[in-house]
Ligand binder design. Structure first.
Ligand code: NAP
Length: 243
C-alpha cells in the first residue's frame, strides 16, 4: 500500500491513529490539523524517529479557502491524491431547545460543509486520474439519531447522504466513496463521558468493549485496499447498532 492520502483532523484521536499507522505502511500522508499544533508536531516527530516523514498542514476545513490551500499543497507536492479521509469533526451535547443558531452553524460547518468542501476540491483531481477513494467519517448517530445531539446527528446523516450520492456520480470515474460510522470510541471527543455512561454503553454493546481509534483505522485500511465497495455506510461499533 503506497498511496497519497489526505487525512483531515489528524492531530488527535482517530485521525491521528490513522495517520500514524498508514504512514508506517509507507503511504505519503498529508496530515491536516487546525488548533492542535503541539499534538501534530508530536506525531510528526514520533514518525521521524522511525525515519518516516509526513506532511503536516494547518487548515480550518470549515473554510473553503483554507481547504483549497490544503488540496493545492498536496497536488503541488505529489501531483495526485489517491485517498481522502474526511475525518475532522466536532461534537456537542445540548438539549434540542437550547441549540442556538450559532451552535447549529458551527456544527454544520465543522462536520458537514468541511467534508463537502474537501471532497469537492479533491474530486476534480481524482476524476483526472480516473482513480481514487473518498472515506467520510460519520457516526452511528447519523444512522440512529442521538438524544441531545440533534445537530450532530443531522450533520452525520448529511455526510452519509453525500457518500451515497457521490458514489453514484463518481463511480463511472473509478472513484469509490464510502462512510465509516464509528460507535463510541475512546478519544478526547468523549472525555466528558462518566464511568457510569461508559458502563451503560458497554452493557448495550454485544462485544462488551470500548472502541479504540485502531478499530477504525483497521476498517479504513480495508476500505483503501478494497475495489468493489462504494456508497456504503460501514459501522465498526461493537454491535451496539445492528441494521
Ligand atoms: P477528537 O479526538 O476530538 O479529534 C477531532 C479532530 O478533528 C482533531 O484532530 C481536530 O483538530 C480536528 N478538527 C475539528 N475541527 C476541525 C477543523 N475545522 N479543521 C481541521 N481540523 C478540525 O475526535 P475523534 O473522536 O478522533 O473523532 C474523529 C471523527 O470521528 C469525527 O468526525 C467524529 O465526529 C467521528 N466520530 C467519533 C466518535 C467517537 O466516539 N470518538 C464516534 C463516531 C464518530 P485540531 O484539534 O487540530 O483543531
Amino acid at each position: 500500500m503506497k498511496k497519497v492520502i489526505i487525512i483531515t483532523g489528524a492531530s488527535r484521536g482517530i485521525g491521528r491513529n490513522m495517520a500514524y499507522n498508514l504512514a508506517l505502511e509507507g503511504n505519503k500522508i498529508i496530515a491536516n490539523y487546525n488548533k492542535s499544533e503541539k499534538e501534530i508536531l508530536d506525531l510528526k516527530n514520533k514518525l521521524k524517529e522511525k525515519n518516516i516523514e509526513i506532511d503536516i498542514f494547518k487548515a480550518d476545513v470549515s473554510k473553503k479557502e483554507e481547504v483549497d490551500s490544503l488540496v493545492d499543497f498536496a497536488i503541488e507536492k505529489y501531483n495526485k491524491i489517491d485517498v481522502l479521509i474526511n475525518n475532522a469533526g466536532i461534537a456537542e451535547q445540548k438539549l434540542f431547545t437550547d441549540i442556538t443558531e450559532e451552535d447549529f452553524d458551527k456544527m454544520m460547518k465543522n462536520n458537514l460543509y468541511s467534508a463537502f468542501f474537501v471532497a469537492q476540491a479533491v474530486a476534480k483531481h481524482m476524476i483526472r486520474e480516473h482513480s481514487g477513494a473518498i472515506i467520510n467519517i460519520s457516526s452511528i448517530y447519523g444512522l440512529t439519531g442521538g438524544s441531545c445531539e440533534v445537530h450532530y446527528s443531522m450533520a452525520k446523516a448529511g455526510i452519509d447522504g453525500m457518500t451515497k450520492a457521490l458514489a453514484k456520480e463518481l463511480g463511472p470515474s473509478n472513484i469509490r466513496v464510502n462512510s465509516v460510522a464509528p460507535g463510541a470510541i475512546d478519544t478526547e471527543m468523549n472525555k466528558d463521558l462518566t464511568e457510569e455512561v461508559w458502563n451503560s454503553i458497554l452493557e448495550e454493546t454485544p462485544l462488551n468493549k470500548k472502541g479504540r481509534p485502531i478499530d477504525i483505522t483497521k476498517c479504513i485500511k480495508w476500505l483503501i485496499e478494497d475495489e468493489f465497495t462504494t456508497g456504503q455506510v460501514i459501522s465498526p461499533n461493537g454491535g451496539i447498532v445492528i441494521i
